[in-house]
Design a protein around this ligand. Structure first.
Ligand SMILES: Cc1cc2nc3c(=O)[nH]c(=O)nc-3n(C[C@H](O)[C@H](O)[C@H](O)COP(=O)(O)OP(=O)(O)OC[C@H]3O[C@@H](n4cnc5c(N)ncnc54)[C@H](O)[C@@H]3O)c2cc1C
Length: 384
């Protein structure tokens, strides 16, 4: 066994860390206030290759696999969750869906655009009546000559309002249900029939956009069927496996940061004539936070490694998503407690981190749904 990272990934970590501390951190207040990630920051990250870390060089990526992608997301999440979510929806979800099942032409055209950061992507599965039960989506696509005509509505779509392309999942054969009856389409957002509806006003990750997307007689050429007709639901689920893994890396970054800032605060804050870090209760909190964070770190990088070996990670992606999101909330909650009243005040980053963290137990499949997936794998195998 070898638990060391290759040198090139250590260098990647340093590069992303420097960028996050020097370029992202000073602009967080502005981004949270305006509820957007500025275009010039996106362009800078594109220039550094952040949008294509995991994809092969032939598609405009850096070829650093899931491991590289996880390292990048961990470092960005330490500083600003919204920035990592924007990248995650474009590279991990839209890019991931294209990479899994796109044709060679689609990969050359769209995946390369995403990897180079020239196109921002979004992944549109959720609908008003189809959240956890994603197989019950109603958005429809009907064949008309060489085109498909899409009608319907998606909600809660990350990057929805800023995306250049959206992977849209629609019903193409009602009689078949999710297995065979759903198809994914690559939709360019400047096509007639596409519009952005309600923008959500959220508790956290406020610098990301979360939008309703409306499709009214939107005509999609046959060549923009992602892969082939009928494999859409499988594509949606397989894409989420990788999304869940990187979500866990985001949780890891946030948890590490929470440990560091809480420790620093505990050393500085004086009560009863001494730093609060001298009190054993505070030391225990910090020790528990370190234990939890180490557990996330151990799990997530093992699963990232498995993914890069081409191993099946259905169960493991759900395990890390569930565990890391529960644990990072717990770690951040303790970090806030260590800050006392100041932790509740917006001047301190832990206040934002607390709000940003909460979504991780909900999106990319709620934690209840992850447990369902984990149980199903147990049932299938009949043993651990
Ligand atoms: C900020 C944000 C960004 C998002 N980004 C995207 C995106 O980019 N693309 C996209 O497609 N979607 C996105 N989503 C949607 C997200 O994935 C869904 O909100 C999530 O899957 C849950 O669906 P729901 O909200 O309809 O909840 P519901 O499915 O209605 O669930 C409500 C509650 O019931 C529980 N529940 C439901 N079914 C079961 C069951 N069988 N067993 C046990 N418990 C159950 C759930 O766990 C939850 O606690 C985003 C959501 C948010 C809030």
């Amino acid at each position: 066994m070898d638990f060391t990272f290759p040198e090139e990934l250590n260098l990647l970590r340093e590069m992303v860390r420097d960028f996050a501390r020097n370029e992202i951190a000073p602009r967080i207040d502005e981004m949270e206030e305006k509820e957007e990630i500025p275009k010039d920051l996106i362009d800078q990250m594109a220039e550094l290759g952040f949008f294509g870390i995991m994809f092969p060089e032939e598609y405009g990526g850096s070829g650093m696999g899931k491991l590289g992608y996880c390292i990048m997301q961990e470092e960005i999440s330490r500083v600003h969750a919204s920035t990592s979510v924007l990248i995650g929806a474009s590279e991990g979800l839209a890019g991931g869906a294209l990479f899994l099942d796109g044709t060679e032409e689609q990969k050359k055209k769209y995946l390369t655009g995403i990897a180079e950061g020239k196109l921002i992507g979004a992944y549109a599965l959720t609908e008003p009546n189809a959240g956890s039960d994603a197989g019950s989506i109603r958005t429809s696509a009907v064949k008309d000559g060489n085109e498909w005509v899409i009608n319907g509505r998606k909600i809660f779509i990350t990057n929805g309002a800023i995306a250049d392309i959206v992977i849209v999942y629609a019903v193409t054969d009602k009689t078949l249900g999710p297995k065979g009856g759903i198809t994914a389409f690559i939709v360019e957002t400047d096509w007639k029939g596409f519009s952005v509806g309600k923008l959500e006003d959220k508790m956290g990750i406020r610098a990301t956009t979360t939008a309703e997307l409306i499709f009214e007689d939107l005509r999609v050429p046959e060549e923009n069927v992602l892969g082939q007709v009928g494999i859409g639901f499988k594509n949606a689920l397989n894409t989420l496996d990788y999304g869940r893994l990187t979500l866990a890396c985001g949780c890891l970054g946030a948890a590490k940061e929470a440990v560091d800032i809480a420790y620093k605060y505990a050393k500085e804050r004086q009560q009863f004539g001494q730093p609060i870090a001298n009190f054993q209760t505070i030391q225990n909190y910090l020790a528990e936070m370190v234990i939890d964070t180490f557990a996330i770190e151990s799990m997530t990088y093992r699963v990232a490694w498995m993914a890069d070996q081409g191993m099946d990670i259905i169960r493991e992606a759900s395990i890390v998503k569930n565990f890391a999101s529960e644990v990072s909330d717990r770690v951040i909650d303790k970090a806030l407690q260590i800050h006392g009243g100041y932790g509740y005040i917006k001047d301190f980053p832990i206040e934002r981190m607390y709000r940003d963290s909460r979504i991780n137990r909900i999106f990319e499949g709620t934690n209840e749904i992850q447990k369902y997936i984990i149980y199903k794998t147990l049932e299938r195998k009949g043993r651990y």
